[in-house]
Design a protein around this ligand. Sequence first.
Ligand code: NAD
Length: 284
Amino acid sequence: MKAHRIDGKAISDQIKAEAAWEAQKLQRQGIVPCLAVILVGEDPASKVYVNNKKKACEAVGILSRSYVLPADTEEKELLDLVAQLNADEGVHGILVQLPLPPHMDENQVILAIDPKKDVDCFHPWNVGLAQMGQQGFVPCTPAGVMELITRSGYAVEGKRCVVIGRSHNVGKPIAMLLLQANGTVTICHSKTRDLAEICCQADILVSAAGRVHMVTADMVKPGAVVIDVGINRDENGKLCGDVDFDAVCEVAGAVSPVPGGVGLMTVAMLMKNCITAAKLQNGQ
Ligand code: NAD
C-alpha cells in the first residue's frame, strides 16, 4: 500500500487565506491586527521559527513587531517589555519564543502575558478554557494536527487514537483535542511499556516524542492515519520527524511528512489566533 501524503502546505495555505480574509475585514473597520514577537538569545532554530512567523504575518496582513534581546538579558527586563506590550492597544498578540535562556523562568514569563494577547495559548487561563472546549485561542500545534486530520477528510469520532508524548504544550493538548472530537485516546510516553503493541491498535497515530525515526512500519496498523509532530535532525543533519516516513508509507493509509506537515500548520494556527486576539480586543 502507498499512503496518501498529507499536504501540510496546501492545508496551511488554506487556513492562512481564511485568516487574510478576516484581516482584511478588520482593516476595513480601521483595526490593523498586530503581533509582537520577542526573541531572547541566539538559538538558531528559534531564529528560523521567528522568521517564519514574521513572513506568515506579512502574507496574511498582520503587522509584526520584533523585539530581539541579548541572551544575558535580566528576566525583569523581559517582564517589563511584556507589561509594556500588554498595555499597548496597538498590539493584539504577544509571542515569547521558547525556549528562554536557562536563567529565566518560562512559567513566570508566560504568566505575565495578558491572557487576551496570549496567541500561543500557553497561559494557564487559556489552557483551562481550551481544555473545557470553550471559545478563545487554540493551542497552535495541537490545533494544527486536528486541522491536518479533518481537512484531509479523516473523521476522529469513534476512532482509536494513540498520542506518543505528554508534554504540556504538545502531547497533552493533542490528546485533549482528539478526545473532544470523540476519539478514544491513549497517551504514551517514555515510561510506557509495549509501545509498539499499543501503537499498532491506533486508527490515528500522532507522534510527538522528538526521536528520529522512532515510529517504524511494524508499529503502524494497516490503513492508519499517522501524524508526525517531531522536528529532529538525522545523522546527516537533515530535518526529519519521528516517523520512518518511507517504510511507514507502505503500511499506513495517510502520513504527514516532515518538513511539509505539522510545522507549517503551527504557523497557520498562530495567524488564526492573532485574528482572534484582534477581534476579542475589539469586542467581536
Ligand atoms: P518534550 O521533550 O517536552 O516531550 C517529549 C515527549 O515524548 C515526552 O512526554 C516523553 O515522555 C515522550 N517520549 C520521549 N521519548 C519517548 C520514547 N522513546 N517512547 C515514548 N515516548 C517518548 O518535547 P515536546 O515539546 O512535546 O516536542 C515533541 C516534538 O515535537 C519535538 O521533536 C519538537 O521539536 C516537536 N515540536 C514540533 C512542533 C511543530 O510545529 N511541528 C511544535 C512543537 C514541538
